[in-house]
Design a protein around this ligand. Sequence first.
Ligand code: ADP
Ligand code: MG
Length: 274
Amino acid sequence: MSDILLSVRNLSLHYPLREGVLKAVDDVSFDVRRGETFGIVGESGSGKTTLGRCIMRILNPTSGEVIYRGDPRGETDLVGLSDSELREIWRQIRMVFQDPQSSLNPRLPVLELIGQALRTSEGLSGKALADRVAQLLKDVGLRPEILHRYPAAFSGGQRQRIGIARALATSPQLVIADEAVSALDVSIQAQILNLLQDLQEQYQLTYIFIAHDLAVVEHICDRVAVMKRGRIVELADKRTLFDNPQHEYTRSLLDAVPIPDPRLRTRGTRQPVA
Ligand code: ADP
Ligand code: MG
């Protein structure tokens, strides 16, 4: 089995404008290794969300390939798949969103928010469904008694834990987290990042972790791609990128990082970048 789970090849999404074309994603290529956390960073508008959505086929790229090797039957180019084929892929590749407030339907209790996918894909209901959801809640550090509560009852951090449990419900191989901690207080961010790391081991997950905040990326990622205007301008191991950035844009991103929060720092010290 290849140690590469996902290969993005020459992926582009171009939006025609009245004058010219906006290259939201422009000829992007990279590999994601099984079990790693692959970071995508860049300032707002650099194309990170568009890239994540093209990989998931929530958006249709203009050109390129997304080769997925999570299926034991062989590799698949997600770009060519029909809607019904995508439904199976969407169980194996899941997303965690920035804002759990708006991504969790306020009218549904936790049991349904997390359990819906299990109802439809595995036909679970009743006690079997409640038991599975309760186990997922425990795994994300929430009490199983909250099954019948609604999103409004929870804090931002708790809601994001519910969002993570929902992503894990279908036992995915790959989780794409788009600014998953950006809306949270820094102390809560650290808790959620640590939870994601624990779950990665427990569930043997591969992550694509999208963020504009380099401190967050430094905490959790193994390798990092830096995006600027739809293109990847630098791709390196996390330590190499932070200690010895090659591209001027990466250096300017690092310079823009405010005083590092000690709670988000793990190992190593950042070298002066000037
Ligand atoms: P990021 O997530 O890095 O902030 P986005 O992927 O959201 O960046 O956006 C990348 C670029 O594509 C931005 O310039 C944005 O304005 C543009 N864009 C996003 N969606 C559309 C759309 N539906 N039509 C036209 N332009 C879009
Ligand atoms: Mg975005």
